[in-house]
Design a protein around this ligand. Structure first.
Ligand code: NDP
Ligand code: 2IT
Length: 450
């Protein structure tokens, strides 16, 4: 039995109740064996057994009072996964589905993603099962304050720097920042994704979506092709999806779909980003509202989809950008995309494709940009925010966007060169996993057993 199989077997027994975590580990492990064979030091130092266990998991009660005066209780977490390369760094997710297994999957991915950026950041993730949907502004503020009342003792600008993820955007980061400042009297870059008025970086809001498009451009260029004039499908309608659509339009491609948890929009004329921003960022409404405002848009509710499927993948396209959530693209979807001639997948969301779908994309030989490479632009720009805060500077939009462009290019180059080194050119899953892993593993060995 190989080293990866042995560790995976033990892990599966121990964490059978955390399926998405096991899936994330499996996705990394399926690439690593050649690198482990090449360097026996990784097994001697038990790097796999160590890297799958978080350095620390913090769990806490979050209690707050709703607008009716009723006491509400939620669960809050921070998984501080790996600090070999720098202070813990990764987002916070507020969604009713949040549990330790989901945060371990996200934190595990974050270790390798952050390593790929070549910036000094370790991996972490956190969040709560709080559902921001349907909550008033004051309820969201009270919840964020209650969450920070506990989290503040575990974070800091050189310790652990949270940011946004699903359900956590600029509004939530601002309330969390205000409460941290109140509790510690310290005005520091303890969170990223802040408003530019108090230490935020220009281009952080756009960075994940823009980065996923930059990565797709590099993949297509590697095949002598371009995204210009191409029809693109995008899932999700939040931070990542909005700025993915915006960048696609800026480079002359045509995004024709977006989706949320209740339905999807298809408009062959192209998504109206100004209206999408108004509906999602300002009104925080459902996509039915978008369909009211844009006469050419067709809305399909989730109830009309085949069970468990996201209908955006049925729309014929040249390139697809999953930007909503994990496991939103399964093997049936992958087959339809491939049959329709899709040439490029760039993952804005974390682990949006099931393992079977990933294998179908790899077998087909099309451009496939796995999440930990393709969506690393968000966290990379968060680190640029940390750098600006630490040096008390602020850089203009073009400077930050230029750095983001170069970082995405370097991630693509590193993943594709590593794939070539291991005899599988074009396999960016293998390239990204090995390139991300090696840096963390080498740093762990150098730092000793601690
Ligand atoms: P948002 O909360 O801004 O948007 C999420 C979008 O996805 C919403 O349209 C939401 O619909 C939809 N969605 C979420 N969960 C589900 C679900 N279970 N089924 C169907 N639709 C769903 O989050 P982000 O845009 O920030 O994050 C999207 C993805 O990108 C996540 O996987 C996140 O981990 C990843 N990511 C985010 C980064 C960032 O910088 N923000 C960086 C790297 C990755 P609805 O509003 O109806 O719930
Ligand atoms: O998944 C991710 O990379 C994020 N949600 C962004 C993390 C960050 O620290 O900016």
């Amino acid at each position: 039995m190989s080293y990866t199989q042995k560790v995976m077997e033990d892990l599966t027994k121990r964490y059978s109740h955390q399926p998405v975590f096991l899936q994330a580990v499996q996705e990394v492990f399926m690439s690593l064996q050649p690198a482990l064979d090449k360097n026996p030091a990784y097994e001697e130092h038990k790097i796999l057994e160590r890297i799958v266990e978080p350095e620390r998991i913090i769990g806490f009660r979050v209690e707050w009072v709703d607008d009716k005066g009723e006491i509400q209780i939620n669960r809050g977490y921070r998984v501080q996964y790996n600090s070999a390369l720098g202070p813990y760094k990764g987002g916070l997710r507020f969604h009713p589905s949040v549990n330790i297994g989901i945060l371990k999957f996200l934190g595990f991915e974050q270790i390798f993603k952050n390593s790929l950026t070549d910036l000094p950041i370790g991996g972490a993730k956190g969040g709560s099962d709080f559902d921001p949907k349907g909550k008033s502004e004051l309820e969201v503020m009270r919840f964020c304050q209650a969450f920070m009342n506990e989290l503040y003792r575990h974070v800091g600008a050189t310790i652990d720097v949270p940011a946004g993820d699903i359900g956590v955007g600029g509004r939530e980061v601002a309330y969390l920042f205000g409460q941290y400042k109140k509790l510690t009297t310290s005005y520091e870059g303890v969170l990223t994704g802040k408003h530019v008025l108090f230490g935020g970086s220009l281009a952080r809001t756009e960075a994940t979506g823009y980065g996923a498009v930059y990565f797709a451009q590099d993949m297509m260029a590697g095949r002598g092709d371009t995204l210009e004039g191409k029809t693109c499908v995008v899932s999700g309608a939040g931070n990542v999806a909005i700025y993915c659509c915006q960048k696609l339009q800026q480079i002359g491609a045509n995004p024709v779909t977006v989706s949320d948890s209740r339905g999807m929009i298809h408009d062959p004329e192209g998504i109206r980003v100004d209206i999408l921003k108004q509906v999602k960022e300002v009104e925080r409404a459902s996509l039915t509202r978008y369909a009211e405002l844009v006469p050419t848009a067709r809305y399909t509710p989730v109830s009309d989809y085949p069970a468990g499927r996201n209908a955006v993948w049925n729309v014929p396209c040249d390139a697809a950008f999953p930007c909503a959530t994990q496991n939103e693209l399964n093997i049936e979807d992958a087959k339809i995309l491939l049959a329709n001639g899709c040439k490029c997948i760039s993952e804005g969301a974390n682990m949006p494709s099931t393992l079977e779908a990933v294998n179908a994309f790899l077998a087909s030989g099309i451009c496939y940009g796995p999440a930990k490479a393709a969506n690393a632009g968000g966290v990379a720009t968060s680190q640029l925010e940390m750098a600006q805060n630490a040096s008390m500077q602020d850089w203009d939009f073009a400077t930050v966007d230029g750095k983001l462009r170069r970082i995405m290019h370097s991630i693509y180059f590193n993943a594709s060169e590593t794939a070539k080194e291991f005899g599988q050119p074009n396999n960016l899953v293998l390239g990204a996993n090995i390139a991300g892993f090696r840096k963390v593993a080498d740093a762990m060995i150098a730092q000793g057993v601690c």
